[in-house]
Design a protein around this ligand. Structure first.
Ligand SMILES: CC(C)(COP(=O)(O)OP(=O)(O)OC[C@H]1O[C@@H](n2cnc3c(N)ncnc32)[C@H](O)[C@@H]1OP(=O)(O)O)[C@@H](O)C(=O)NCCC(=O)NCCS
Length: 239
């Protein structure tokens, strides 16, 4: 697709969006253009001063679903990830967003790095301003997953609010358990960590690499291990 095509796509969103598209796509990411589905206002809603920069290989399936961007920019599949280096190839590590009867709500500026997969069914996913989701992370929702502001979700993290299968240890087969996951502001989820259903992680928490979080975590805490347990002290970290 040419730059002209991208302008055509954005004509529905007024001068500011078009200008940003030119600037953003034309100078910084010449090859990355917004796919045509963006002209469908019913699926992608830009509120306030909002903008979407989506790598053209990003796979978007929106079945009776919406992406709502509120006063910010959603970047999907166009940042390179780790140290801005060659960890991920946007053309190969494709971002996938598949929503069924669901809403993905972007509050402010949010980056989904190449290879991020977001799946939601009858669910809501909210991601706050300044949050970066690194490559190959998976977010799987059947109820609600909320990630706060200025969080750093490392590579290969899994966040899910359901088990995916019915399970019990007493011979019965109850309904699938889906419990909301809430992650506060300024949290860092280390590489290949996992956050499971029903967990609330309060503000300023660091989850060590490979940890599996099954219980709520108090603010200012570093947790590690399987299952994740708090380590002594009050954590501070810098993005
Ligand atoms: C959490 C982390 C930052 C802690 O680093 P640190 O402050 O230097 O901590 P230390 O290495 O001194 O470890 C402190 C204790 O926690 C334990 N620990 C640290 N990381 C752990 C992990 N991932 N799993 C289990 N235990 C861990 C250590 O064994 C040590 O235990 P001890 O006191 O019994 O010896 C680091 O271990 C980590 O997991 N980094 C994540 C890196 C990452 O994912 N980067 C992605 C970039 S976006």
């Amino acid at each position: 697709m040419s730059l002209r095509r991208s302008l055509t796509i954005h004509k529905h969103y007024g001068f500011r969006s078009r200008f940003l598209s030119m600037l953003f796509m034309g100078i910084k990411h010449l090859n990355y253009l917004v796919p045509g589905f963006f002209i469908n206002r019913r699926s992608v809603i830009l509120r306030g001063n909002s903008f979407a920069g989506i790598h053209h290989k990003t796979q978007l399936k929106l079945d009776h679903s919406q992406i709502i961007i509120e006063n910010g920019t959603l970047k999907a599949g166009i940042d390179y990830g780790y140290y801005d280096g060659g960890m991920f190839d946007p053309a190969r590590d494709v971002c996938r967003i598949h929503l069924i009867n669901s809403t993905l709500r972007i509050r402010g500026d949010v980056s989904l790095y190449p290879g991020v997969c977001i799946f939601a069914q009858n669910a809501e996913i909210i991601i706050g301003n300044g949050t970066k989701i690194n490559g190959t992370t998976q977010i799987i929702a059947q109820e609600k997953i909320e990630i706060g502001e200025h969080c750093n979700v490392a590579q290969g993290v899994i966040i899910r609010d359901n088990d995916g299968h019915r399970i019990s240890t007493d011979g019965s087969l109850p309904a699938l358990t889906c419990l909301p996951v809430i992650i506060g502001n300024h949290c860092w989820l280390g590489q290949r960590s996992m956050v499971l259903k029903g967990v609330t992680i309060h503000d300023n928490v660091v989850v060590a690499a490979g940890a599996v979080v099954t219980k709520d975590i108090d603010r200012d805490t570093l947790v590690a291990g399987v299952p994740a347990k708090p380590l002594p002290g009050r954590v501070t970290w810098e993005d």
